[in-house]
Design a protein around this ligand. Structure first.
Ligand code: ZN
Ligand code: FE
Length: 257
């Protein structure tokens, strides 16, 4: 039961994704920064969008949703809790709900922090997690609405997923995230080699998504807040995991790498 996933770059550094269930032909579009590139990619593959899955209400993730729905007839899914600030939804969903894309079953996961009402979509069989602006390649979203405790809880729950889970996030921020991570753990071999790989990928015009959760675990500073090596890198050996995560998020906000 193949779920074919295509990355569609949009705007300056956003990603949308097409997720195509080969058996049924159903195709989900995850986030719609703008309709143009998505419609072109659908046409090039002769796919028809049947579902639009929105992660959160920010304009760089939803602005093209209404136009794409009008052009394709796709049904729009998003957090019922945020229906008042999302484009018109055909299906309001809540954490714990299941979305079906043909034969593929996705779970709606609550991932507050960047915004409240932010959701992710996890397709266990395809090992695909669409995270929007929660967990990103070597980073996590800024805390616009949630508290550090909420984002730390979000990341802690995502870390329970299998290492082979592929992380499809909403932006291409990997190079800046890698430079930031290297300021903290210059001796982390996995981090150094991943940073090099990412530089090569970007130089060749490629995408750094998806990463795997296993890679994130060994290189993403925000997932490493509970580790003694990260705590001592920050001089916070005796601090709580949450205090370390909070310090990491604050430093990242001020990082101009
Ligand atoms: Zn956002
Ligand atoms: Fe965004």
């Amino acid at each position: 039961m193949t779920f074919q996933i295509v990355t569609v770059p949009c705007l300056s550094d956003n990603y949308s994704y097409l997720a195509h269930d080969v058996a049924s032909g159903a195709t989900a579009v995850i986030d719609v920064p703008e309709p143009g590139p998505i419609l072109r990619e659908l046409a090039a593959r002769d796919w028809k969008a049947s579902h639009i899955l929105l992660t959160h209400h920010h304009s760089d993730h939803v602005d093209g949703a209404e136009a794409l729905a009008a052009a394709t007839g796709a049904h729009v899914f998003g957090a019922a809790a945020d229906a008042h600030r999302l484009p018109p939804l055909d299906h309001g969903v809540a954490p714990g709900d299941t979305v079906r894309i043909g034969m593929q079953q996705g779970q709606v996961i609550d991932v507050p922090g960047h915004t409240l009402g932010h959701i992710a979509y996890f397709f266990p069989e395809a090992r695909a997690l669409f995270t929007g602006d929660s967990l990103m390649v070597m980073g996590c979203g800024r805390l616009f609405e949630g508290t550090p405790a909420q984002m730390w809880d979000t990341l802690t729950r995502l870390m329970e997923l299998p290492d082979s889970t592929r992380i499809f996030s909403g932006h291409e921020y990997a190079q800046t995230n890698a430079r930031f991570a290297l300021t903290l753990e210059p001796g982390n071999a996995a981090l150094k080699s991943r940073a090099e790989t990412i530089d090569h990928v970007r130089a060749a015009g490629g995408f750094t998504v998806p990463g795997t959760l296993g890679e994130e675990r060994s290189t993403n500073p925000f997932l490493r807040a509970a580790l003694p090596e990260m705590k001592s890198a920050l001089g916070m050996q005796d601090a709580s995991d949450l205090a370390v995560f909070t310090e990491l998020r604050t430093r990242r906000n001020g990082f101009r790498g």
